[in-house]
Design a protein around this ligand. Structure first.
Ligand code: MFK
Length: 559
């Protein structure tokens, strides 16, 4: 009998709430104790589900993908979309646990977003990006709620917020057309008012989670001006009363690099009945509340995926032997994991800080300055955490060597899914430009400088103080860069906008890490957040290395 071959032990997950030092410590610092006690059982349950049953289902369901069924057996065009078993389960859990509703019910006032996103963060990595329709549903509930459109609010919002899976509706957000993904003002879909009712004609090129019963979308009423201001925001139901497509044809589902469980379609609108949400123009401005909500979801998803990659890599490192020791005991591997953890912790605190601001705004408790901070930090958090997620997930996959590159470990999906985060809901560059617009529309950089000074007020530990000084210095350097570039040309500002945005994002992450590290030292006698802050600072904060614009012209065009 030959020796049994060597078999590798797969990585394992435990209760994802119980095992999450960063989340638990953050919630202890941020939430009033009775509130934390109130929500903790739900967090424990979600942590158990995400590390247990749902994770196992996700692995078992790995190969199933959404299916488009264009015709029925009798020749009717039905465009049925069949989603994966995990997605059906995820929808049920999301409705019952109120993953959208919590934010709008506001049982915990200004902390309702923290409550919601703590659950979403635990749920997301085991949901196969079911968080995509949830994000859009939340954004749609927000856009409709602030619209003042009483009829639509009464008709649709109760479904979006329902905790009954049979009554729950998810929503689509159809913006992208072939003519304009980032430049939405180029949209070609037209809206015609035909005998008192609006109908839409055009082609939507990327419509995520197309199985939703409703969507918010943009179209140009005939005769309106070109550009984003000439578009109007419309509400659409995807099926008619008989369950047939509402003058919508699904041309095909996209064959994408990642988010493969998300049915993303190319659609033809051929007289689709629609209702105006706000008025006949300014559609881009009116869809912005939705975008700003989904961008916060994106940041939360980024940190959730990072956390999952690290949890799996750390568990594996405690099992896998190489060169006579466990990986975790190998200095270079430990150093790699530490770097990933520090990036994730910085990203975590920024994503949740923006969630706090959003919750305060929605509860009516935000000061004028906090509202401006929310506007400025939403694009920053989205763009910086998305790039960190791609980098951290790439390392996480590498932590498994060849196994990380093999599909049936379930690991490659983490990296592929992370890669969408810097693309959808505004690419890195589009958001860097949005940041410039936001700084222009608000008090600008002094806003961040004041917030950082405020955050550093409680930092007393000598091991942390030098990094506080580093953050403040970097913000001064960013202000100098912006003033210099603006004196030079608008092109100079635009060319450096991504480096500028990354610098602000990293500065905020470090400032938040330092504040939390001081707290954990005092209240938990735990030095790990200090180590994360130190390591994060060592990775560098200022990304504004001067670049020569002539190099950009020479290299980009290779001419
Ligand atoms: C797991 C995570 C889940 C994530 C869900 C994923 C679902 C995926 C679905 C999608 O990907 S949907 C497609 C997402 N597409 C985008 O995010 C579009 C990216 N492009 C931009 O964001 C551009 O900046 C923009 C389209 C807004 C530029 O269009 P315009 O027509 O040039 O807009 P303009 O003139 O700059 O702004 C028009 C108005 O909107 C202005 O207000 P006023 O009319 O009062 O002057 C702006 O201030 C306002 N505005 C624009 N962006 C805003 C905003 N207001 C607040 N917040 C913003 N972010």
């Amino acid at each position: 009998m030959p020796n049994a071959p060597f078999v590798q032990v797969p990585p394992q997950l435990s209760n994802q709430y119980a095992a999450d030092r960063v989340l638990r410590s953050y919630l202890s610092r941020t939430l009033p104790p009775d509130m934390l006690m109130d929500i903790e059982p739900a967090l424990q349950r979600m942590g158990e589900l995400a590390g247990g049953e749902l994770y196992r289902l996700q692995l078992a369901d790995r190969a199933s993908e959404p299916r488009h069924v264009p015709w029925d057996a009798w020749g009717n065009r039905i465009d049925r979309i069949e989603v994966s078993p995990l997605w059906r389960e995820a929808e049920r859990i999301a409705a019952q646990q109120g993953l959208v509703a919590i934010a709008h019910e506001r049982r915990h006032g200004e902390f309702s977003r923290v409550h919601q996103f703590a659950l979403v963060y635990l749920f997301a990595p085991s949901s196969d990006i079911y968080t995509c329709p949830l994000a859009m549903t939340d954004g749609a509930a927000k856009s409709l709620s602030v619209s003042g459109n009483k009829a639509l609010i009464e008709h649709a919002v109760p479904h979006l917020l329902s905790r009954d899976p049979s009554a729950f509706w998810s929503s689509g957000q159809w913006m992208t057309e072939a003519s304009g993904g980032s430049d939405v003002g180029l949209s070609e879909t037209v809206a015609r008012n035909e005998t008192g009712a609006w109908r839409l004609y055009g082609r939507k090129w990327f419509t995520s989670a197309i199985a939703s019963p409703m969507a918010l979308t943009l179209a140009r009423p005939v005769g309106n001006a070109p550009g984003g201001a000439g578009l109007a925001l419309f509400y659409v139901e995807t099926r008619d009363a008989g369950g047939m497509p509402n003058r919508i044809v699904v041309n095909r589902l996209k064959d994408k690099l990642g988010t493969r469980k998300v049915p993303t379609a190319e659609l033809e609108l051929d007289g689709t009945p629609a209702q105006l949400v706000y008025g006949t123009s300014d559609g881009v401005r009116h869809i912005a509340p939705m975008l700003n909500v989904t961008r916060v979801w994106n940041a939360i998803n980024a940190v959730a995926l990072m956390r999952r990659g690290i949890a799996l890599a750390r568990d594996y490192a405690g099992r896998r032997m190489a060169f006579g020791a466990k990986l975790i005991d190998k200095p270079l591997h430990a150093d790699t994991l530490a770097g990933m953890q520090a990036e994730y912790e910085g990203a975590f605190h920024l994503a949740f800080f923006v969630a706090e601001l959003l919750g305060r705004d929605e509860a009516g408790n935000a000061s004028a300055e906090q509202l401006e901070l929310l506007r400025v930090l939403t694009p920053v958090a989205k763009l910086v955490t998305a790039k960190q997620a791609v980098a951290v997930l790439s390392e996480a996959v590498e932590c498994f060597g060849g196994a990380g590159y093999v599909e049936d470990t379930g690991l490659p999906q983490l990296l592929r899914d992370a890669q969408v985060l810097p693309i959808w809901e505004g690419t890195t560059n589009v958001l860097a430009l949005d940041l410039l617009r936001a700084l222009h529309d608000t008090a600008g950089l002094p806003l961040l400088q004041r917030e950082v000074s405020f955050l550093q007020q409680g930092v007393r530990e000598p091991a942390l103080l030098r990094y506080s000084a580093q953050v403040e210095r970097v913000l001064e350097q960013a202000a100098e860069w912006l003033a210099d570039a603006a004196r030079n040309s608008t092109e100079a500002v635009e060319a450096g906008a991504r480096r500028f945005a990354m610098t602000l994002g990293r500065a905020m992450e470090l400032a938040l890490l330092l504040r939390h590290a001081q707290w954990t030292l005092e209240h938990e006698q735990d030095a790990r957040a200090v180590a994360a802050a130190r390591r994060f600072a060592a990775h560098g904060v200022n990304r504004l290395t001067p670049m020569r614009s002539e190099d950009a012209s020479l290299l980009a065009r290779d001419a």
